[in-house]
Design a binder for this molecule. Structure first.
Ligand SMILES: [Zn+2]
Ligand SMILES: [Zn+2]
Length: 409
């Protein structure tokens, strides 16, 4: 009982710590205890340590830590990837040979598939880059239209020295602009972007399936061992939770390779499954992790009453209407948003290539009635959300644009 409880608590603590450290910054956890704990871990704890170090050692410990810490936090290093692969190799190296003699021929066929698939997908995730280069820049500019909400035309990447395509972002770890930037993944030593997003989601599926399958096998084998090793009369006398946990502790302790990895899988499966669920949600919503943070910022601006909306057709005449939005893109919208503390006033100018309004010619002019203050994010269109199946096609890398012959009719 004691050993099982200790091992479970340690693995649970590590899982919760890893989850908060890695995912606590996600916009989904804003204003939740997870975000608070993440901030405590990454901001308050280092500040506290620095204050103590300043008092006791004149800041020497933090200086030394910063040298190694900046490598860990700011460089694209393979430490987390090595940890991830080691966890897989060691876990499988312990579990599979110990379980193998007890597996049926079906499972002896299925286990190698479940084991190998994540390695293949991990390899594809690591080696497939979505970098925007001078060679593919022209193509990348055509990949997505600017939505003029989160992405506006005319912005340059100062490092790469070219115009930023819509939905791209410069990654300081990869030192490149990344197409359809989702997030820089330290587990992969690579950015998740347009070209490897499909492998990334497949990797999450394969890891979740492997863990759930592993838990099922572990549970079946340990119950089998329990039934073999504990006489029926003793089993009958095992009443309630305590008896059940006691019996399982004995089995896990007697078969630590299967038992230990079973517990590890039990604790890590929720991590993999919740991360998979989050990415399925992102596909459903037609946003990337990078964009979800931008949408959250916009939501706060809407709540503060700083966002005004009008219809494009009210502001621009037909001369501007054809080049404002990309005609072959499946989703069209008539919205123009402006983020400003004051409502746009009569006579304000809107540049046709962006949502920027020129400052009001005279501050005492009345508000322009064509602009309405936004009260809800439901009134903002996301042109990258084309419905689940088209969003999925886009992630897979299939074309989502309307064919030219339909456009001309
Ligand atoms: Zn760049
Ligand atoms: Zn990156």
């Amino acid at each position: 009982m004691g050993a099982l409880k200790t091992v479970s608590l340690v693995i649970l603590a590590i899982s919760v710590f890893t989850f908060i450290a890695l995912f606590g910054r996600l916009p989904a956890f804003r204003k939740t205890p997870v975000a608070l704990l993440h901030r405590a871990l990454w901001v308050h704890l280092p500040n506290g340590i620095a204050a103590v170090d300043n008092r006791l050692f004149g800041g020497r410990v933090v200086l030394c830590w910063n040298r190694s810490g900046s490598y860990i936090l700011k460089e694209n290093h393979p430490l987390v990837l090595i940890f991830f692969v080691s966890l897989l190799v060691i876990g499988e190296g312990l579990f599979v040979p110990a379980a193998w003699p007890r597996l049926s021929s079906f499972h002896q066929f299925a286990v190698p598939v479940a084991v190998i698939l994540p390695y293949l997908l991990l390899y594809k995730c690591v080696v497939t880059k979505s970098f925007i280069t001078a060679e593919n820049h022209e193509e990348e500019m055509k990949r997505y239209p600017y939505d003029r909400v989160l992405f506006h035309p005319g912005h340059r990447c100062s490092t790469c020295d070219f115009l930023k395509p819509a939905r791209s972002k410069h990654c300081s770890f990869c030192q490149a602009c990344v197409s359809r930037h989702d997030h820089h993944c330290v587990w992969l030593m690579n950015c998740v972007g347009a070209n490897n997003c499909v492998y990334f989601v497949s990797l999450l599926v394969s890891l979740s399936v492997m863990l759930v399958y592993g838990i099922y096998l572990g549970y079946s084998l340990l119950s089998e061992i329990l039934n073999e090793s504990v006489p029926p009369q003793v089993r009958e006398s095992m009443q309630g939770w305590t008896g059940w946990i006691n019996a399982w502790s004995v089995v896990v302790a007697a078969h630590p390779r299967i038992g230990g990895v079973f517990l590890l899988m039990l604790m890590t499966a929720p991590l993999a499954i919740s991360f998979l669920a989050y990415h399925v949600y992102l596909i459903w919503a037609g946003v990337t992790t990078n964009e979800s943070a931008k949408w959250s910022d916009l939501k706060e601006d809407v709540e503060d009453g700083f966002v005004y909306k009008t219809r494009r057709s009210l502001i621009f005449d037909s001369r501007h209407s054809t080049d404002f939005y990309d005609q072959s893109w499946p989703v069209h919208t008539d919205q123009i948003l402006v983020i400003d503390e004051e409502p746009p006033t009569e006579g304000c100018l809107l540049a046709s290539d962006s949502n920027c309004i020129a400052r009001r010619p005279a501050s005492d002019l009345p508000p322009d009635p064509r602009w309405k203050r936004l009260h809800s994010m439901r009134d903002v269109d996301n042109i990258y959300d084309m419905g689940f199946w088209l969003n999925l096609r886009d992630v897979i890398g299939l074309s989502v644009r309307r064919p030219k012959d339909i456009l001309s009719t």
